[in-house]
Design a protein around this ligand. Structure first.
Ligand code: 13P
Length: 253
């Protein structure tokens, strides 16, 4: 039985005060920490403060991106060593917005996954197809390629502690959710790829989230499916009451 993980990806939203108020408001209200892992992926600037604000709760704080080098002349970048040093638990890697707008490649994602593990940070590795790819019947080929490359060079034990996130690009921020059956089929295909490469135990242990217009109204149906072990949520994670509803639904799924 895999424990669901619900991660709110705030992207580039919220003022500093709003971010702190949100975490302070929810940190003692996280429902059933034994049944669901709660994560907030916040803008980098807010991370140290939010880690401290959440330290007496089960809420984990995540970064949305990082460099793969520990240090160096990389103006504007943040390193995995820096994130680990302030006790950030997770980092989103290879989000489609970073792949599409900031030229993040599969090779860079692979290096970032290695760097995250070197520092005890759990990577949330994203994959997903465009609408054109879906209409051309190329969804599974696209996500399998992204996952194979992201996971290249790791042991089964390393892989089983990672989190994968299937986010069809056409469903992000559009209000169009993949049907629960479609999302489950792709998450199942991803699990098959993991099984082929790393064995059945790793495939059964790794958690695969769905992301793309997840809301309190649809999360239960999505998480009721065999291969969907959580959600990566943008818009519906920005309000505390909505995020808490997502967690409650996941705890009951
Ligand atoms: P929305 O939930 O706003 O569609 O965003 C999904 C996403 O990109 C989370 O990483």
């Amino acid at each position: 039985m895999r424990k669901p993980i619900v991660a709110g990806n705030w992207k580039m939203y919220k003022s500093f005060d709003e971010a702190v108020d949100f975490v302070e408001a929810i940190q003692q209200a996280i429902p059933s920490p034994d049944k669901v892992d709660a994560v907030i992926c916040a803008p980098a600037l807010y991370l140290p403060t939010l880690v401290v604000a959440a330290e007496d709760s089960s809420l984990a704080i995540a970064a949305q991106n990082m460099h793969f080098e520990d240090e160096g002349a990389f103006t504007g970048e943040i390193s995995p060593a820096m994130l680990a040093n302030i006790q950030v638990d997770y980092c989103v890697l290879g989000h489609s917005e970073r792949r599409e707008m900031f030229n993040e490649t599969d090779e860079a994602v692979n290096k970032k996954v290695r760097a995250a593990l070197n520092h005890g940070i759990v990577p949330i590795i994203c994959c997903g197809e465009t609408l054109e790819e879906r209409e051309a019947g190329a969804t599974e080929q696209k996500v399998a390629g992204q996952i194979i490359k992201a996971l290249e060079g790791f042991t089964p034990t390393e892989v089983e502690h990672m989190v994968l996130a299937y986010e069809p690009i056409w469903a992000i921020g559009t209000g169009k959710t993949a049907t629960a059956d479609d999302a489950n089929a792709v998450c199942g295909a991803i699990r098959n790829v993991v099984e082929t490469l790393y064995g059945v135990e790793t495939a059964q242990a790794i958690r695969i989230q769905y992301g793309g217009s997840v809301k309190p109204e649809n999360i239960e149906e999505l998480l009721g499916k065999e291969h969907i072990d959580g959600a990566l949520v943008g818009g519906a994670s920005l309000q505390a009451d909505s995020y808490l509803k997502l967690l409650e639904a996941a705890a009951n799924a």
